[in-house]
Design a protein around this ligand. Structure first.
Ligand code: FES
Ligand SMILES: [Fe+2]
Length: 437
């Protein structure tokens, strides 16, 4: 369990809080580029780390991210006219540029000095991989942009899904730090052949872990943040099944997926202390991904502006007790919704003074201690993980059977050997024409 103070430190995201300052030392997603696809189109509301912002694309195509409320008397700039050179507030016509400058105040006298020392807040943005990224920290401490290889893939090899979640981001993130839960929460009663028919969805390897529901968990710190290995027994004592997950500060993870599967990168974006968005980035560096299968398996199809699925706490995530007897362990459809159901069920911010952690929570404990230490080091002026300009960001997770006498740390290399030695599965029949992306 955590002390009340440590629970607060690890969950509170406002700029005045320790974690809020830590998160602001990184480039993070602000929204998906498709939300502001049209030059000169509608601005969109962006809630990020407890701040209210507005993203927009100027008529010349340049994206911007500025504070939501007009510096004059506070009208929301989500309503603004999107004009060349900035957003023009509807109320009295003030115009704010993407760099935060107040460039016109037409209701004021021509010689007015009202804007002389006035800067409307803005944050720098970059676009990569269908995502609008921002950096909200001190300008002098801006880290290198994290050059994740998936940001360079063509559209048919990449699917960016944004899903709203009704709880503090740490509840979601700790689910991804928890290698034991899939044996229970994600158990599917259908046969292995059906699960394997989901090739390309980054999910057929779920069937591989069901043999052993109490994996041995290993953790180690890395220059990016941390690495988690979960080693399971198999029917053959000479073989282990190893799942390897890589973590990149402040809240990114490469989820374990197997040989030739599409990969999954996730980001846990706090809107504020009690709400978050998950970004599921599905990608395949070598071939097109199967969009329909991904949506079917994960159940996370959403659309803007709210990016919610129909599953909520109020309707108990559409849990079906008949399905629980026959179809799957949870009675909830879709792995992403199964995760969200249990994480939202814990309340807006779980009181971790009440928990009882066990051996299976080793990675959760490791992460908490590590991030608390990194926050303390930040305050001592020490360098933070994943900010060294020499780092590369081409980590890869793994989900693979390997000889029991090998180290879990070699899982990625072993998986790449398996991929070289075994041909790709037959191409999947895709029925993606018109499928939502
Ligand atoms: S409130 Fe925006 S111009 Fe007056
Ligand atoms: Fe899960």
């Amino acid at each position: 369990m955590l002390s009340k103070r440590d629970n607060e430190i690890l969950t509170r995201v406002d700029a005045s809080e320790p974690l809020g300052r830590f998160l602001r030392r990184y480039w993070i997603p602000a929204c998906v580029s498709s939300e502001i696809a049209e030059p000169g189109g509608k601005p969109v509301r962006v809630g990020l780390l407890g701040e209210k912002l507005v993203a927009f694309r100027s008529p010349d195509g340049t994206p911007g991210l500025i504070k939501e409320f007009c510096p004059h008397r506070g009208a929301s700039l989500v309503y603004a006219r999107n004009e060349p050179g900035g957003l023009r507030c509807l109320y009295h016509g003030w115009k704010m540029a993407a760099d935060g400058a107040v460039v016109e105040t037409p209701a004021e006298p021509a010689n007015s000095k009202i804007t002389r020392n006035l800067c409307h807040g803005n944050y720098p943005v970059r676009e990569a991989g269908g995502v609008l990224w921002t950096y909200m920290g001190p300008r002098e401490l801006e880290p290198p942009f994290p050059d994740f290889p998936w940001t360079h893939l063509p559209p048919e090899q990449l699917l960016v899904v944004k899903m709203y979640q009704d709880c503090n981001f740490l509840q979601g993130l700790e689910g991804d730090l928890d290698p034991a839960h899939p044996n229970y929460l994600h158990r599917d009663f259908s046969d292995e052949a059906k699960q394997r028919s989901w090739t390309g969805a980054g999910w057929q390897s779920i069937s591989d872990l069901m043999f052993d529901g109490a994996p041995v968990i290993h953790c180690e710190e890395t220059p990016h943040l941390m690495r988690v290995g979960a080693v399971r027994k198999t029917a053959d004592p000479a073989q282990s099944y190893v799942r390897l997950t890589e973590w990149v500060a402040p809240f990114y993870t490469h989820i374990a997926t197997g040989p030739h599967e599409s990969a999954l990168f996730k980001a846990w974006l706090p809107i504020d202390n009690e709400r978050c968005f998950t970004f599921y980035i599905h990608y395949d560096p070598l071939k097109p991904i199967n969009v329909s299968a991904i949506y079917e398996n994960w159940g996370h199809y959403t659309e803007g502006p709210d990016f919610r699925t129909p599953h909520t706490l109020e309707n108990m995530h559409l849990q079906d007790r008949v399905k629980m007897a026959t179809i799957n362990f949870s009675g909830v459809d879709g792995a992403a919704v199964q995760d969200r159901a249990v994480q939202e069920s814990m309340g807006p911010i779980y009181d971790r003074t009440q928990e009882h952690l066990g051996t299976s929570d080793k990675a959760v404990i490791f992460y908490r201690r590590l991030v608390l230490r990194k926050i303390a080091e930040m305050d001592e002026g020490k360098p933070l993980p994943a900010t060294d300009p020499g780092l590369d960001f081409s980590q890869r997770a793994a989900s693979v059977f390997m000889p029991s006498d090998m180290s879990w740390r070699d899982a990625r290399q072993w998986q790449e050997k398996v991929e070289r030695e075994r041909p790709l599965p037959d191409p999947v029949e895709t029925s993606d024409a018109g499928a939502p992306r």
